[in-house]
Write a protein that binds this ligand. Sequence first.
Ligand code: TPP
Ligand code: MG
Length: 323
Amino acid sequence: MQLSRDDLKRAYRSMFTIRAFEERVEKEFAEGNIPGFAHVYLGQEASGVGVCFDLADDDYIGSTHRGHGHCIAKGVDVKGMMLEIMGKAGGICGGKGGSMHIADMNKGMLGANAIVGGSPPIAVGAALTQKLNKTGKVAVAFSGDGASNQGTTFEALNMAVVLGVPAIFVFENNGYGEHTAASYAVGAPSLAERVRSFGLPCEVVDGMDFFAVREAMGRALEHARNGKGPYALETVCKRFLGHFVGDPQAYRTPQELAEARAADALPRFRAAVTGASLLTDEDLDAIEAEVLAIVEEAAVAGVAAPMPDPDRDLTRDVYLKYA
Ligand SMILES: Cc1ncc(C[n+]2csc(CCOP(=O)(O)OP(=O)(O)O)c2C)c(N)n1
Ligand SMILES: [Mg+2]
């Protein structure tokens, strides 16, 4: 499907929001405003946005410990996320989830997962619901190259094939699981080849190219929505920073880091759309200015916001009452 000018603006806005948000998270973390760990999605924007671009609020995604970008791509509110990451009462999960547990059922965001390999089984369950209820909706599981080695992932891939559910597995291969290279830790010569051995198609896509990811996702959606069962993508990405904010990355050469930055998906998108006279630099600059103001407001509000009240909030939202 051809993208309109508004579609292109939406794509850039989404990618740039992730970029600006994560750079702000880096800064706020350094200033001590974020408890725990922060794993940022810098460099992988085109993957999350390309995958989520044609999903509706009632299609589902399950995410990872590096999940801020997936949330933003799926439309989760940026201010609610910033407050959540800062552990504040007004956060999207009441400030009790934090960076690695953001969820928003109104946006079909089933949750980030601190457990590596957590999202594939959850997405298979969500996809089975879609199949049984004949909704025509899909469930996407985001995972990394590291998560592709997990037993939970193998079981989920197998079950998805056996049950024929509309699940789409997206393996974002950024070349590292923590500080260990995928070339060492993934025993199979190809991640995609190993996924295919479970009996589902798996495409390898340039994860730094929004257009390539979106087109591959279009084929995945066509497949899954038409009752043909699960589908997988391996999006090959560059992780700009370390595993977590503050990781000195002694295991990567300066040259490798420079090459990652040189492959940046955002200037690449800008060059493609301005080169084809679809949008102007001024269009894109205006989006950047708007987004920076939103992120600034979110961060300032986050720092000022109160923490949850232990007396009132500690035991609230812990159990769901079914009766
Ligand atoms: C079950 C489990 N094992 C180990 C960890 C520790 N851990 C957190 S992130 C991570 C690496 C994950 O790598 P990958 O799936 O490639 O994701 P990336 O960080 O590259 O986005 C590990 C081993 C964990 N959180 N959960
Ligand atoms: Mg990885």
